[in-house]
Design a protein around this ligand. Structure first.
Ligand code: AMP
Length: 381
């Protein structure tokens, strides 16, 4: 299939050509026709599948087909809500590229930067606003943003917004919009709270589900150590003696487990911090910033907490515990090897976790090579 088959306008096709996109990804193939017909969409997909273009391209098309500026005023006709600044800015960059041959204007509204520039930008009018919830609410309250004319709402990474405690803000923002609108809802996972939200916010949605591309997994060098539970900490400390592991994200099954691993690492003078649900948002943010800046070498996380983490150029993911759900393994290791970089994923498998390893290998359709280092007494041969 080509983008031409998706009935996208010449202006968009020209932009895609300039971006060197040759053919649509599976989520784009499935979602674009649905969005173009005005239906609500529930997309189950994670970053890396091309989901941004899957919602952005039809939005650009639908909005640019309309007469955009009644009485010369540019009204906000689409709002895209995202959990993180990084994601908002990435989406802005994409939409600006896709709409470069149209008259549309897009603006990002995110926290952590001066509000003044955003106020000035909003005064010029924006067809599309891409925002994180907190700053948007501030600007709505101060009347810099009017959402009365929104026709298309996108909730991107809804599960992360839920995890990060934004859901009340999101609900408040929704009350500022017309009730009749098109809603596009994206989430990588489907916990019960997400199903509830989908039911509350979407009308007869079309569901599009994309499992992570195996190509992502193929790009990552994976290995597994068979090691007893009591030897895992020693093995981790030993592996981290290798200075080529510049930064590592370590996954544990429990919050206590995460704290224990951090203590074990700190004892041998390896800088490490835990990030999990028992910690305040502030302390999680601090741990994350410190990890991103390189001040902390190892971040230890549980799966839930890790969903809020966006780290580019992460070289190593280490599974201190194997997850019992194979998809979780793919999500975890997918945090390395981003943006075409290669990544390394190391897993520790104790005897009780052997069935998990079997399930994972079945799902990724390959056998993860076992490291058998004869000189290492900790390993089970
Ligand atoms: P996303 O999942 O939206 O974060 O997209 C992942 C990356 O793939 C981004 O860098 C996009 O610019 C790129 N991308 C999205 N769709 C396509 C496509 N059809 N062809 C080539 N690259 C794409």
């Amino acid at each position: 299939m080509t983008f031409n088959d998706l009935k996208l306008s010449p202006a968009i096709l020209k932009a895609l050509d300039k971006e060197n996109y040759t053919s649509p990804t599976p989520i784009q193939e499935q979602a674009i026709p649905v969005v173009l017909t005005g239906k609500d969409l529930f997309g189950c997909a994670q970053t890396g599948t091309g989901k941004t273009a899957a919602f952005s391209l039809p939005i650009v098309q639908l909005l640019s087909e309309q007469q955009g500026k009644p009485q010369g005023v540019r009204r906000t006709r689409s709002l895209i809500l995202t959990p993180t600044r990084e994601l908002a800015l990435q989406i802005l960059e994409n939409i600006q590229a896709y709409s470069q041959f149209t008259d549309l204007r897009s603006v990002a509204i995110v926290g952590g930067v001066s509000q003044k520039a955003q106020e000035r930008s909003l005064e010029r009018g924006a067809d599309v606003i891409i925002a994180t919830p907190g700053r948007l609410i501030d600007l709505i309250n101060q009347k810099f943003v009017n959402l009365q004319h929104v026709q298309i709402l996108v909730l991107d990474e809804a599960d992360r917004m839920l995890d990060m405690g934004f859901i009340h803000d999101v609900k408040r923002i929704i009350t500022k919009m017309p009730s009749k609108k098109q809603t596009l809802f994206f989430s990588a996972t489907m916990p019960p709270e997400i199903s509830k939200l989908v039911k509350a916010l979407l009308v007869n949605p079309v569901k599009v589900e994309i499992t992570p591309a195996s190509s992502t997994v193929d790009r990552i060098a994976q290995s597994v150590y068979h090691v007893e539970k009591s030897d895992k900490q020693g093995l981790l400390n030993h592996l981290l003696e290798d200075p080529s592991i510049v930064s590592a994200l370590v996954f544990t099954r429990t919050k206590h487990g995460a704290d224990r691993v951090v203590r074990g690492l700190n004892k041998v003078n390896i800088t490490a911090q835990a990030i999990h649900g028992n910690k305040s948002q502030n302390s999680r943010q601090n741990a994350l910033s410190s990890f991103k800046s390189g001040a902390t070498r190892v971040l230890v996380a549980t799966d839930i907490a890790a969903r809020g983490i966006d780290v580019d150029e992460l070289s190593h993911v280490i599974n201190f515990n194997l997850p019992n759900i194979p998809e979780t393994y793919v999500h975890r290791i997918g945090r390395t090897g981003r943006a075409g970089l290669s990544g390394i994923a190391i897993s520790f498998c104790e005897s009780e976790e052997l069935p998990y390893l079997k399930d994972i290998q079945k799902m990724i359709k390959k056998t993860i090579p076992v490291v058998t280092d004869q000189s290492d007494p900790m390993l089970i041969s």
